[in-house]
Design a protein around this ligand. Sequence first.
Ligand code: NAD
Length: 255
Amino acid sequence: SDEQPKKRIAVVTGAAAGLGQAIAHRLAESGMDVVLADLDTADETAALVDKAGGRAHSVICDVTSEASVAELATAAQDFGGCDVLVNNAGIYPFVLFEDLTFEMWRRILSTNLDSMFLTCKAFLPGMQTNGWGRVINLASNAYMNGADPMLAGYVSSKGGVIGLTRALASEYGAHGITVNAIAPGLTVTGTTIAAVGGRPGEAGAAKWGAMAALQAIKRTPTPADVVGAAAFLASEEAGFITAQTLVVDGGLARV
Ligand code: NAD
């Protein structure tokens, strides 16, 4: 039909930097307005969304806090709602298990998994009322390839993310809501550059080349390599795809 599709609103957590920023920008290019939730101000992302023709609304939010996520939900409601939820905020400190304290373990699980419990609790009821919704959770190929040491908390949290994705898909499929995960490989962001110890090609940053060598496509991914998966899963045409984890890692993990 000639009917114009509804202008969708996306809520992206961890939208101030890295993959969250790139996904927010890409969803704006798909015609969405975007709520940018982050501990940090997301001015740079807001400018990108604006340039792409979307409305941006920045909300300072700690996704580990039930009260803070409740404030995010109110802010999103005032902005117009939430059709697409991208649970992207996450942390990945590299720590040997023998050095991993219970406090650090709890912080990783809280940031990477409890956060998704809270945002899904906050935003799924509205999607259910609308009879339409998309939830996209950031997992990681570190869960599948399993070869990376120093990530016990992280890999455990991402296994939980994939489990939550599958479980919620079962409960919300009848309401027009899809729930999927994206599992990127090691991708260049400010945080991964710091973690690896330099940019791809730089001395002391051999991990980039080592990862690329394991991939079928032997180059280091940037956020631009990942955003298409988010745009697709958020689209109308992906409405029959749910409970899946789309691995975007140049063919490293085989699932
Ligand atoms: P990043 O560190 O570049 O950006 C993360 C953003 O999340 C930051 O802006 C940070 O302020 C925000 N954030 C952190 N804790 C928060 C909290 N409690 N509340 C609100 N915001 C918070 O990270 P990234 O590399 O872009 O990774 C984003 C997501 O993608 C994470 O879930 C990560 O596990 C996943 N991932 C990344 C890679 C990679 O190589 N970059 C690979 C696989 C999966």
